[in-house]
Design a binder for this molecule. Structure first.
Ligand code: SF4
Length: 324
């Protein structure tokens, strides 16, 4: 049986259900790399260019850790996942970057996704995959469509559960944590921030608790300036959650050397400062960030919020914020 390796980084935090389901349906064995740890991080740093952002370095470490554990490593080439929106350029060239950096003869399988201009590329790349794996193309394309249905169903179920949970905790103080899914959900890179806040009985709101439409409508001011999907997710989430009466502060967790965040965090901070007195803190994480210093900054931020807890804050848009 063919074994496919899935690196637990970047795309994995959005689309793990889709690709695990796809490969299992075409009869492959799936092996996923471990959660990020020091060894994986160090290995990624060693094998990747210094100029690259932290999550891409870590991704290299995940791929490396799968050497000799899988026949092929799956690395999709995402260019555009929605109409009129693009991924960060690192996602577009990810298979090439990994191939060039690791040079350890790993075999990469890729699927192209370019929803905005060339949606047919996905099926063309599935045809290539069918040849490489020696599997009938019809089986591969059927598996892809089924896996897509499994994925969208699981997405809506998760979203409903999160909304119901948020509704049950309606009057509880909350902090909004912004950032990329592969930062917030990676406990090692995020220094377990979400759980640290929850342990203090603080509700945590993250961008994946909002549906796509809500985020896009509330990021509307920036639709012409930002075309990266992850940028719009964070802009829309910031301006949605800033309106929520329970949200007392916003923390943006950004990885060092992220080009997208260098714009997006500025837009968010400026707009929140001008129209809303909700406290905002940006924390940049790189491979040298120590947990003690990180925790001190969180403590200081929470101490500052302590004095504001009873004051509430002013929404940037008042009633005009859109909630689906
Ligand atoms: S969006 Fe930022 S963190 Fe993500 S891959 Fe691109 S540069 Fe790296």
């Amino acid at each position: 049986m063919i074994t496919i390796g899935l690196p637990k980084g970047l795309f994995y935090y959005q689309h793990n259900v889709l690709w695990e389901s796809f490969f299992r349906q075409i009869g492959c064995n799936v092996v996923v790399s471990d959660y990020t740890n020091k060894k994986i991080l160090d290995c990624g740093v060693k094998h990747c260019s210094n100029e690259v952002c932290l999550p891409v370095k870590v991704f290299h470490g995940h791929v490396y850790s799968l050497t000799n554990k899988a026949d092929y490593i799956f690395i999709p080439r995402y260019t555009s996942l929605y109409k009129n929106e693009y991924t960060c350029p690192k996602f577009c060239g990810l298979p090439d970057m990994v191939r060039l950096s690791l040079k350890n003869g790993i075999k990469i399988l890729e699927v192209k996704m370019h929803v905005d201009k060339y949606p047919e590329q996905t099926y063309e790349s599935l045809k290539e995959m069918a040849k490489v794996l020696n599997i009938n193309y019809k089986n591969i394309s059927d598996a892809y469509e089924n896996a897509w249905m499994v994925f969208t169903k699981s997405q809506s179920e998760v979203l409903i559960k999160r909304k119901m949970k948020a509704a049950r905790q309606e009057d509880k103080t909350a902090i909004c944590v912004l950032g990329h899914p592969y930062m917030i959900n990676d406990k090692y890179l995020s220094m377990n921030l979400v759980n640290k806040l929850k342990d203090r009985d603080i509700n945590v709101y993250t961008p994946d608790m909002l549906d796509h439409e809500t985020k896009r409508k509330n990021a509307y001011l920036y639709q012409d300036k930002v075309f990266w999907d992850v940028g719009l997710d964070n802009l829309g989430s910031a301006f949605t959650f800033a309106h929520d009466k329970n949200v007392r502060g916003i923390i943006y967790l950004t990885p060092f050397a992220c080009g997208v965040d260098s714009f997006v965090t500025e837009f968010i901070e400026l707009r929140l400062k001008s129209f809303c007195k909700i406290p905002f803190m940006k924390i940049t994480v790189d491979e040298h960030t120590g947990e003690a210093g990180f925790d001190t900054r969180i403590e200081a931020f929470l101490d500052m919020l302590g004095g504001l807890l009873d004051e509430g804050h002013i929404s940037p848009y008042g009633k005009h914020v859109y909630i689906n």
